[in-house]
Ligand binder design. Structure first.
Ligand code: X8Z
Ligand code: ZN
Length: 615
């Protein structure tokens, strides 16, 4: 295939604050038009000039603030926080200025491409500053401080041990001791109450910024990034969730019953939501770490990626090299030497860094990197694929104009690496020498269970985070109710509850990176639907004849070329067009994920027959 087409690749990130600030697509189908301005008689030539000059300024700003934010996230100090805040203020003020100017051209007749660029300018900011320099400085300082508080967070337990999030996550993953789990669960949540007043003020200021641009509130602005109206987008999410919910309910029922066996009916009653600290993850957002407690009998595939990585003495770098090799096997060019020189792969002992994994595009050319405190386990092996997906996407769209250097929608950015990780099947692991034999089909239910604990369990969490934030931004949830409303939504969507009483002064949303980090979260919900659609389509191109959960597109250049075709488009067209290129349809649809898990759904339904389900 098309190696020549693939020779121009570069990479970067969606988690990067700056990229995120403009991380959006345009909006031909947008119905909300922010900012009614008395427009003089502008011409299409004025628009061309504006777009060209603004594009240059935007590129300069993005590249400058990327470097500053990279340094801040890698060396969290008061000084770097101040530099990051100053840069964010400059960036956000410029973004607001561009948005206001772009709105002046609302009535001018321009090409579809120019209109898309203008729309991108109007909706791109994730944290729009109010048009008052004191307030925009205050907002930028708050945002930097919140990020720093999360990155530096630690908990000192009763034994006097000072634990960071990595330490506590490891305990959440492996301990089966109810009280020990409870201790670290509540311990990590001692980091966030101090964030609450800052967060409250951030919401006020960013709402003022969004309103200045003509949006009802910041949530409406975030929802306007999907080539449909913001109301339509909310309905779309509900529709997709409705498709998946029966499978989630079945998984929840099984997991709750098995946890009740382990911890006792008194700790895990069969008619209540599951205590949030027993699911193997600090946020109960993915449950793969409790696989051993809920695994189907006689269907265990008989290997564990974490153990195999240890057995084969994989280093952190070997893990990244392994993930890179998957992408190069599809025809993508290898990562540049600067990636290896400049990325952060392990947690430094001597300074505070933000360990939450991210992928960065520093110069919109070739300076792509990841920043991650890699643990040598199967979960992080998947996350490395996730991060490299961002980097390969960034490199693929680098030749687009700066406006379109982004994914089709933000869910696409989050879905690419995960799509690749779905191809990390037993067959693939054997091919790269990590396991010796491929388990036979009688073990597929075990494999599917493990995958469902990661993917299906995540979906309602992926939805509820922004359900909470949208209501916070709209004022429906007031600061006194921040925490209570958080737990109401956790219970409603996930069937998960706080294991101990929470106070109104607690701020449990702040214990999740993306809230203090101000990263919209619906993108991950979308990604979990999209990655199964993409996997299915790419497997068809690769001529797969096995069950879809056994398909790996490793080494398949035709599948790689199709993927690249979508990545190269960046955000130059409505996401529906990109979706059509890869799936043949303009609509997102959860039937691919349901088909993937169909054998497990059947198994769960039988298993649950005699159980009390629901929460
Ligand atoms: O934040 C991430 C990535 C970086 S974009 C590691 N994820 C979400 C999370 O950790 O909460 C990936 C899955 C969901
Ligand atoms: Zn990501």
């Amino acid at each position: 295939m098309v190696i020549t087409m693939l020779t121009k690749f570069k990479l970067s990130s969606a988690a990067l604050i700056v990229a995120a600030a403009f991380a959006t697509t345009g909006c031909e189908k947008q119905t909300e038009t922010p900012v009614a301005v008395q427009a003089p008689a502008y011409t299409a030539a004025d628009v061309d000039k504006f777009i060209s000059e603004t594009g240059e300024e935007l590129s300069r700003l993005i590249n400058e603030s990327s470097k500053i934010d990279w340094v801040y996230s890698n060396f969290i100090t008061d000084d770097t926080a101040a530099l990051s805040a100053a840069s964010a203020q400059k960036y956000s003020e410029a973004g607001v200025r561009f948005a206001m100017q772009a709105a002046q051209f609302d009535k001018v007749e321009v090409s579809a491409e120019q209109r898309r660029k203008l729309n991108i300018l109007k909706q791109a900011l994730v944290l729009p500053a109010p048009q008052d320099s004191a307030k925009s400085a205050e907002l930028a300082t708050i945002a930097a401080d919140l990020g720093g508080m999360y990155g530096k967070g630690t908990y000192t337990n009763a034994k006097g041990e000072k634990l960071n999030l990595g330490d506590m996550s490891a305990i959440m993953a492996s301990s089966r001791n109810y009280s020990e789990l409870l201790d670290v669960w509540q311990g990590w949540r001692t980091v966030s109450p101090a964030m609450k007043p800052l967060y409250q003020r951030e919401v006020e200021l960013a709402n003022e910024g969004a309103q200045g641009l003509g949006y009802a509130d910041l949530g409406a602005m975030w929802r306007s990034n999907y080539d449909m109206s913001s109301d339509e987008f909310a309905v779309e999410l509900d529709r997709l969730w409705g498709q998946v919910k029966p499978l989630y309910d079945a998984l929840h029922c099984h997991v709750r019953a098995e946890l009740s066996e382990e911890y006792g009916e008194d700790k895990v009653p069969q008619d209540q939501a599951i205590p949030a600290h027993l699911l193997g993850n600090m946020w109960a957002q993915s449950w793969g770490n409790v696989y051993d407690l809920v695994a189907p009998e006689n269907a265990d595939p008989g290997y564990d990626v974490t153990e195999q990585l240890a057995k084969h003495e994989y280093t952190e770098i070997d893990m990244v090299k392994g993930a890179e090799k998957f992408f190069t096997s599809l025809g993508f060019e290898e990562l540049p030497s600067t990636f290896w020189e400049r990325s952060l792969f392990t947690k430094p002992a001597d300074r505070d860094v933000e360990c939450h994994a991210s992928a960065w595009d520093i110069d919109s050319q070739d300076d792509i990197r990841i920043k991650m405190c890699i643990q040598k386990n199967g979960e992080d092996f998947s996350t490395i694929h996730h991060e490299l997906g961002h980097n390969f996407y960034q490199r693929a769209y680098k030749d687009q104009p700066v406006y379109f250097q982004n994914s089709a929608n933000d869910g696409f950015h989050e879905a690419i690496g995960d799509t690749i990780a779905l191809s990390v099947t037993p067959g693939y692991l054997k091919e790269i020498g990590l396991i010796d034999t491929v388990p036979d089909e009688s073990k597929d239910i075990g494999l599917l269970m493990k995958m469902a604990l990661e993917k299906i369990a995540f979906i309602p969490f992926g939805l509820m985070v922004d359900q909470w934030r949208w209501q916070v931004f709209s004022g429906k949830i007031s600061p006194e109710n921040y925490n209570q409303a958080w737990w109401e939504l956790r219970e409603k969507y996930q069937g998960v509850r706080a294991p101990i009483a929470r106070a109104a002064t607690d701020f449990d949303p702040g214990a999740k990176y993306h809230v203090p980090g101000n990263v919209p979260y619906s993108r991950y919900f979308l990604a979990h639907i999209l990655q199964f659609e993409f996997h299915k389509s790419l497997c068809e191109i690769a001529g797969n004849e096995e069950s879809i959960h056994r398909c790996s597109i490793y080494n398949n250049k035709a599948a790689g070329a199709k993927l690249n075709q979508v990545l190269e488009m960046g955000s130059s067209q409505p996401w529906q067009n990109a979706h059509k290129v890869i799936t043949g349809s303009e609509q997102m649809d959860a039937s691919a994920i349901l088909a993937y898990f169909a054998p497990l759904q059947k198994w769960l339904d039988e298993k649950n027959q005699s159980r009390q389900c629901g929460f």
